[in-house]
Design a protein around this ligand. Sequence first.
Ligand code: 2P0
Length: 360
Amino acid sequence: MAVYQATTSAPVNIACIKYWGKRDTTLILPTNSSLSVTLSQDHLRSTTTSRADPSFTETKLWLNGKEEDIKSGGRLERCLKELKKMRKERIEDKEPNAPKLSEWNLHIASYNNFPTAAGLASSASGFAALTSSIAALYELNTFSSVKPAASPSELSIVARLGSGSACRSLFGGFVAWQAGSSPSGSDSLAVEVAPQNHWPTMHALICVVNDAKKGTSSTSGMQRTVETSALLQHRIKDVVPKRLEGIIKAIQEKDFDTFAKITMADSNQFHAVALDTAPPIFYMNDVSRSIISIIEELNRVSLSKTGHLVAAYTFDAGPNAVIYTEEKNVKQIIEIIVKYFPQSSELTPFPDPFKLFGGK
Ligand code: 2P0
């Protein structure tokens, strides 16, 4: 008896131009386009195994070994429905011998190798791994040797139904999520801006300031911002389009100074719109702000000596910092961060406070 099972993994991505706000909360359509870097090392990944079997009486999901409820009409159900539809219409209806996997229940098990929901983008890698695992199980990416039944951008639409930022983790390297304008969401998808090997000297250092679960979830926080922040409207209309154009050009030209300037400005504006929300949302803490001061000072000195910046900080919906820097500066940045925030690895198991790990 054949076994139908697939395991894939997907990494976290860290946005340089932030997604914050939905124009459609069910289809997860954003109010602005965004751009991120997908980390390539093994530290921050979700790995998902999916199995389809005619004997399964219901579809079940385990997250980090614990069974989770599957909410009727929820995000996971929408992803599964879409993947089953693709399997049926693109493979089973065309190929009479293909097993009817779309009619069978699934057992899905997913693991994160890092803290869940600590502002380290666990939903991004989680829904990306889940989508790619079921796509592999359903042979959506391999069925035809001429053209896959579903392209990575089409699969990014499915991952987006699970969590907005997940669509960007379907690609490696530098990735844009185009907001799109169709009410159906058919053009709200991820595209590759440049593969990782285009700029192999680019590194991301993750400083884990706090790995506790965050206070205000991104999903509820961003809708409060949409409802109450006037600054968000200015950001959507007047700021993001120009920044997106600028950072894509900077990536294409491997212009670190422009990349860094735009990344830091966008992180700061994202936290400004969080503060402009009623009631206000605070994601950064004093340690986060100290890291900003350290990087700003390093850049000021470097700019006066060499005419170039050395690093860019960015913060998501939590206090943890991600520092983008080029390979030649990694050692200097780690040394200075560790000097200000000594590691205590013998006292705390992974992840330590202020733990740094590099990733391209
Ligand atoms: C981003 N964040 O672009 C931004 C920056 C957080 C700050 O995407 O409701 O977890 O599942 O679509 O994807 C967090 O939002 O929210 C996020 P949902 P998601 O990476």
